[in-house]
Design a protein around this ligand. Structure first.
Ligand SMILES: Nc1ncnc2c1ncn2[C@@H]1O[C@H](COP(=O)(O)OP(=O)(O)O)[C@@H](O)[C@H]1O
Ligand SMILES: [Mg+2]
Length: 235
């Protein structure tokens, strides 16, 4: 359990309130929708169609960790490390600097096929935040589909034991299906859904917190925008 017991009620001094430790996402306007930030050590599915900003969202969150001296790992099967480095640099996030200091690493391997974390440097780097881009693609390349649920659960559990906050990117096909296998959303602690709705020549981007354990969430659909420093929630 990550967090602390705080305060006791004036009327009943025996009542102790548990408050989980939270980490900032670094995305302006988001943390206030989720009680101050993501629960440290939780696993959150970032779902959305293609081009909805899932990758940028996760890179921003890792960047925030790096600014607070937290190590990060980005596991990618979607894009090459080189493409992602360039995407990040477009927003001023110079990841290379942290790669040189061994505080950050891109991994182009399937973590579901080999949950030996040594292989991924998870322990050596004392990773605090991990992104898996994408869990949909990882699922597709695993041949034995029937064991997927178990493997995913095992992965999420091992990362939680290490108090690592994990963002699992999921390609959603439509509103009803947040993930390809249809099991991912039930395994994780939280689900954040990103959407891009075409509006004439523009598109309206939105963010919705669908679920977040241990968190009082600000429900509803909120507008999201790209900006010079990444993305922000505007209302
Ligand atoms: N600086 C920017 N300004 C506006 N839109 C941007 C900017 N950078 C990226 N985008 C938009 O974000 C999309 C890619 O975001 P990305 O996080 O890679 O999406 P996903 O991972 O969900 O496919 C692009 O298709 C583009 O529409
Ligand atoms: Mg992407």
């Amino acid at each position: 359990m990550v967090g602390k017991k705080t305060g006791s009620s004036g009327k009943n001094p025996k009542v102790i309130f548990y408050k989980p430790e939270r980490i900032k996402t670094g995305i302006p306007g988001l943390d206030k929708l989720i009680d101050g930030g993501l629960v440290k050590g939780s696993s959150v599915l970032i779902s959305g169609g293609t081009g909805t900003g899932k990758t940028i969202f996760c890179l921003r969150c890792l960047w925030e960790g790096l600014q607070n001296d937290e190590s990060g790992i980005y596991i990618t099967l979607e894009e090459t490390a080189e493409d992602l480095r360039r995407d990040a640099l477009g927003f001023g996030w110079d990841l290379k600097k942290y790669e040189k200091k061994s505080k950050f690493k891109f991994v182009e391997k399937n973590i579901l096929e080999d949950t030996n974390f040594e292989f991924f440097d998870v322990d050596r780097m004392k990773a605090s935040r991990i992104v898996i881009d994408s869990i949909s693609l990882l699922s597709l390349v695993v041949e034995d589909k029937s064991s997927m649920r178990g493997r995913l659960q095992e992965l999420v559990k091992s990362l939680k034991e290490r108090k690592i906050t994990t963002l699992l990117i999921s390609e959603s096909i439509d509103e009803e299906h947040l993930s390809i296998l249809g099991i991912e959303e039930f395994i994780v602690d939280g689900v954040i859904h990103l959407k891009s709705i075409p509006m004439g020549k523009m598109s309206q981007r939105t963010i919705e917190i669908r679920k977040m354990r241990e968190t009082k969430i600000n429900e509803g659909i909120h507008s999201m925008e790209f900006c010079k420093n990444g993305i922000k929630v505007v209302d």
